[in-house]
Design a protein around this ligand. Structure first.
Ligand SMILES: Cc1cc2nc3c(=O)[nH]c(=O)nc-3n(C[C@H](O)[C@H](O)[C@H](O)COP(=O)(O)O)c2cc1C
Length: 443
C-alpha cells in the first residue's frame, strides 16, 4: 500500500525566546536565553523528541530592531548555535541562513560542509540574497540591484556546490598502514570564475554522510523562483492564505520541472505561529498578557487594524475592550492591500473586542492560531491537505514552554490523523526530507 503523504515540520529558532518580541518577559523564560546555548539545545532536543525534520534559523547580518523593548530577531550566530545543537542531538536537521551577498562562497562552503560532516549529514543552507539596507551598511555597501544580488547568488551557489564536490566520494582513504591519509588524485581544484566570485578549490573537507548540505531558498519574485527551481530542495515561504500558498508552491514545482527536476524534490515550508491553551480563551489570555508588556504599541496596531478593514480606528475614540459598533462595522471591508485583512474582518464581525482581534495575531508576520491543540492541528491539516505546502516552519509565541507543548499536545494529534511521521525515515536530512542525493554541482 502506498504510504499516505505526510507533512514535515521545522522548528524556527529565532533568538531563543519565541516569535513574540515580548516573550523574554514572560514568567518562566530565561531572560538570557539569547546567549545561553543550553536553551537552544534543550529546545532542539524537544523538537527531536517530537520527530521534527529540522531546526530552521533565519538570519540577517544586522541589528534590525530596537533593543529597548525587543529582543534580537536572530541568534548571535546561527552556525555557532547549530554547532552547539549538533553535538547534543542525533537525528534532527540543522538549517541556517547565510547571505550570498555578503559572504565569499569559499567561506560558506567550508562552514556548512564542516557542520554537515560534524553532524553526520544533517545540515541545510538557506541561501538568501538579503535586501536589508542595515545589513548592506555593515559591509560598507548600499543595497545592490536585484539583478546583481541574484547574479551573485547563482555564482555563489554554483561555486559552493562545486567546492562541496571537490573530493571524489572515495578520496578519503585513511590508510593508516600505507600512510595515505587521502588520495590527492581524487581531490581536485574546481577553478570557477564568475563576474563577482571565483574560487580555485578544492575544499579540505571530505564528503558527509549525505554527500553535502541540502540547499534551501527564501526570496521573492521571478528571480527567487528561478533560484529555487534550479538549486533548492527546500523553500521557506511566508504566505498568509491557502490560495497564495498553493500558487507559490505550484510555481516552485513548475520552476523545478523547468530545470529538469522532479517537482516532488522541492518542498515548501510555510511559516506558522501558534499560542496554545487548553481552551481558546486560555490561549488568547496568553497573548493578551504578551501584548500588555508593550502598551505603547497598541495605538499604532489599532490604527493599522483600521487600515486593514477600511476604517479610521483610533484608541482615542474607541474602547478597545469592546467590539466595533455595528454602525462602524457595516462600512468595513477587507483591504486588498493586505492579505491578512479578511481574517481581521471576520474576527471583528464575530463580535470580538479590538484587543482580542489583535491578540489573535492578525498583524503578525505569519498566520497565527491562538487556540487548543486540536485547533492548531486542524489548521495545519487544512493547509496541508489543500496542497498549500509540504510542511511548516513553526514558531511558538514563547519558546520556553511553547515547544514542549507543541510536541506533547499537537504532534500526537497529527500522528493519529496519519499526517505526520512517528519515526525518522533515515539518518540524514536529505533522507528525512525525502529529497535525492546530490554531490557537487548539478550539471
Ligand atoms: C520568506 C522569506 C524569508 C526570508 N528570510 C531571510 C533571511 O533570513 N535573511 C535575509 O537576509 N533575507 C531573507 N529574506 C530576504 C531575501 O533574501 C530577499 O532579500 C528578499 O526576498 C527581497 O528581495 P527579493 O524580493 O529581490 O528576493 C527572506 C525572504 C522571504 C520571502
Amino acid at each position: 500500500m502506498k504510504k499516505k503523504k505526510e507533512m514535515q515540520l521545522a522548528l524556527q529558532m529565532v533568538s531563543g525566546y519565541g516569535a513574540e518580541f515580548s516573550a523574554w518577559r514572560m514568567p518562566g523564560t530565561d531572560p538570557e536565553a539569547y546567549t545561553n546555548m543550553d536553551s537552544y539545545v534543550e529546545r532542539a532536543k524537544l523538537a527531536e523528541k517530537g520527530k521534527f525534520q529540522m531546526i530552521f534559523i533565519a538570519d540577517t547580518p544586522a541589528l534590525t530592531v530596537d533593543l529597548g523593548p525587543q529582543t534580537p530577531s536572530f541568534p548571535m550566530d546561527p552556525m555557532l548555535a547549530l554547532m552547539a545543537v549538533a553535538r547534543e542531538t542525533k537525528h534532527i536537521g540543522l538549517v541556517a541562513t547565510l547571505s550570498t551577498t555578503f559572504n565569499y562562497p569559499y567561506n560558506i562552503a567550508r562552514q556548512f560542509k564542516a557542520l554537515d560532516v560534524i553532524s553526520r549529514g544533517r545540515v541545510g543552507w538557506n541561501a538568501v540574497t538579503t535586501s536589508e539596507p542595515l545589513a548592506s551598511a555593515n559591509f560598507g555597501e548600499q543595497v545592490a540591484s536585484r539583478k546583481e544580488r541574484y547574479d551573485k547568488a547563482h555564482e555563489s551557489i554554483q561555486i559552493v556546490q562545486s567546492l562541496w564536490g571537490s573530493w571524489e566520494t572515495d578520496a578519503w582513504t585513511l590508510d593508516v598502514k600505507g600512510g595515505k591519509f587521502a588520495d590527492m588524485d581524487k581531490i581536485q581544484p574546481i577553478n570557477l570564475e564568475g563576474q563577482y566570485y571565483a574560487s580555485r578549490g578544492p575544499l579540505p573537507i571530505p564528503p558527509s554522510e549525505q554527500g553535502q548540505p541540502v540547499i534551501f531558498q527564501a526570496g521573492g519574485g521571478e528571480e527567487g523562483l528561478e533560484m529555487a527551481g534550479r538549486y533548492a530542495s527546500g523553500v521557506y515561504a511566508n504566505p498568509y492564505d491557502i490560495e497564495s500558498a498553493r500558487e507559490h508552491r505550484q510555481a516552485l514545482r513548475l520552476s523545478a520541472a523547468r530545470y529538469g527536476r522532479n517537482p516532488d524534490d522541492i518542498k515548501m515550508y510555510t511559516g506558522f505561529m501558534f499560542s496554545l491553551g487548553s481552551t481558546e480563551e486560555e490561549a488568547l489570555e496568553r497573548r493578551r498578557q504578551l501584548m500588555s508588556f508593550n502598551p505603547e504599541e497598541i495605538p499604532s496596531r489599532v490604527r493599522y487594524l483600521g487600515f486593514m478593514v477600511g476604517l479610521p480606528l483610533s484608541v482615542n475614540a474607541l474602547d478597545i475592550d469592546q467590539p466595533l459598533a455595528p454602525d462602524l462595522l457595516k462600512n468595513a471591508y477587507a483591504n486588498p492591500r493586505d492579505p491578512r485583512s479578511s481574517i481581521a474582518l471576520k474576527l471583528l464581525k464575530l463580535g470580538l473586542s479590538i484587543r482580542d482581534v489583535l491578540a489573535h495575531g492578525v498583524i503578525n508576520y505569519h498566520p497565527v492560531v491562538a487556540g487548543t491543540p486540536v485547533q492548531v492541528a486542524d489548521f495545519l491539516e487544512e493547509w496541508f491537505l489543500a496542497e498549500a505546502c509540504d510542511g511548516f516552519s513553526v514558531v511558538p509565541d514563547i519558546a520556553y514552554d511553547g515547544v514542549a507543548d507543541f510536541v506533547e499536545q499537537v504532534v500526537p494529534i497529527l500522528q493519529d490523523r496519519g499526517l505526520f511521521h512517528r519515526e525518522y525515515e533515515g539518518k540524514t536530512l536529505r533522507e528525512n526530507m525525502g529529497v535525492p542525493y546530490q554531490y557537487g554541482r548539478l550539471k
